[in-house]
Design a protein around this ligand. Structure first.
Ligand SMILES: Cc1cc2nc3c(=O)[nH]c(=O)nc-3n(C[C@H](O)[C@H](O)[C@H](O)COP(=O)(O)O)c2cc1C
Length: 203
């Protein structure tokens, strides 16, 4: 049922945590039978900022082969999953910069009717993961999207614990099995809902 669902996973990551969640989301969406595009947004920080942290510069170098997100990715997708680090309780400006190029698509109604979901990482457990995900949802409302959160729709959610979207405490190290499984589940669920919407003729 879900093999005709197109999924764009669009993320920003400075030091790899959100990238790891995005990779897991790719796995979940592909396992659900979707066509998947993994896309990063452009780094907008100046080189001196990036190079001030070795792990930031290294991650940027390691992911240089991942294509940059484009408007075509958004129009192509039935499902868009956004991933971002928390920045003072909000999405990273790099991801916002991409989102704020989408005015023409929004104006033409091309962002409406898609399934949207989001995931995040912050340094601490109460450092703003939920506010970051909810802040992205503000945009999904403007776009006329269908917001599909993971809720508690899989046993892993009772371990991962965030019904708003997969989230990770980067201060505890890179995402572990439970968090990665939650990201796979979130993507799978988004694909299944999108497939049902398409089968039902939703626009
Ligand atoms: C400018 C800035 C603001 C940040 N704000 C927060 C914050 O509000 N709460 C928090 O827990 N972590 C905060 N962090 C830490 C990042 O969220 C964390 O390093 C990030 O989620 C790691 O993800 P990444 O490896 O994908 O870059 C901030 C980091 C920077 C650079």
């Amino acid at each position: 049922m879900s093999d005709s669902v197109n999924v764009a996973i669009i993320y920003y990551s400075s030091t790899g945590n959100v990238h790891a969640l995005a990779q897991a989301a790719v796995e979940g969406a592909e396992k659900a039978g979707a066509q998947v595009r993994l896309r990063r947004v452009a780094e907008t920080a100046p080189p001196e900022a990036v190079n001030s942290r070795q792990e930031w510069a290294q991650h940027l170098q390691d992911t240089a082969d991942i294509a940059l997100a484009s408007h075509d990715d958004l129009t192509w997708a039935d499902v868009v999953l956004f991933g971002t680090p928390t920045r003072f309780g909000n999405p990273a400006s790099q991801l916002r910069a991409f989102i704020e190029t989408t005015g023409p698509l929004w104006f033409e109604g091309k962002l409406a009717g898609k399934v949207y979901s989001a995931f995040a990482a912050s340094n601490t457990a109460h450092g703003g993961q939920e506010s970051t995900i909810l802040a992205l949802a503000n945009t999904f409302y403007h776009w006329g999207g269908v917001i599909v959160p993971p809720g508690y729709t899989d046993p892993v959610q009772f371990q991962a614990g965030n019904p708003y979207g997969t989230s990770h405490v980067a201060g505890e190290g890179m995402p572990g099995d439970v968090t990665l499984q939650a990201a796979r589940h979130q993507a799978r669920r988004a694909v299944e809902i999108a497939a049902a919407l398409k089968a039902g003729g939703a626009a």
